[in-house]
Ligand binder design. Structure first.
Ligand SMILES: [Fe+2]
Length: 180
């Protein structure tokens, strides 16, 4: 599954190919369902933005693959493990980084250490990395939260972690006009 090959596929073929890939990697049906909701969430935002074909494909690939690491672990390490799987399988580094940096609104090196992850920053930097992280955050169970609902949710969830809350709000803020 090489990047050059997959980024040349049409969008619907890309989705199909990555769905097959996830099944080969042994992700559960629950993860697969979640993945498609996140893809939906990501495309809702992406469709409102002026993006290149390549950006759209990176977003689609990142959304489809963001939880591939859940075939090995449902812990905080699933993003790092997912990135490792993709690296071994020869994926484009831009896709790998989307996966590696999708936890919450990103993790600082200090937070990563606390969670037992290799101590480095996992903060989404590119538009594609940010968009997929946000699209995933907006999903609760099998539905996509509206902006107000999401803000209420994170204010409650991170009420004792101002820095983390601010990071989530800042990420939302970057895409605010493209989120319902
Ligand atoms: Fe995840």
């Amino acid at each position: 599954m090489h990047d050059i090959e997959i980024l040349e596929l049409e969008e619907d073929e890309l989705i199909k190919a990555l769905s097959e890939y996830l099944k080969e990697k042994g992700v559960s049906n629950d993860v697969l369902n979640h993945t498609f909701t996140v893809l939906d969430s990501a495309l809702r935002i992406a469709n409102r933005m002026k993006l290149s074909d390549e950006q759209r494909k990176l977003i689609i690939a990142g959304a489809m693959l963001h939880d591939v690491g859940r075939s090995l672990s449902h812990g905080m390490d699933h993003a790092v493990l997912g990135a490792e799987i993709l690296r071994k399988d020869g994926f484009d580094d831009r896709i790998i980084k989307i996966v590696e940096r999708h936890i919450g609104a990103g993790l600082t090196a200090k937070e990563a250490k606390k969670f037992g992850l290799p101590e480095r920053d996992y903060i989404p930097e590119t538009l594609e990395e940010k968009l997929v992280a946000l699209a995933d955050n907006l999903v609760a169970g099998d539905r996509i939260l509206r902006k107000e609902e999401y803000i209420r949710h994170i204010k409650q969830k991170f009420r004792d972690e101002k820095e983390v809350l601010d990071r989530h709000l800042a990420l939302l803020n970057e895409f605010e006009e493209f989120v319902d």
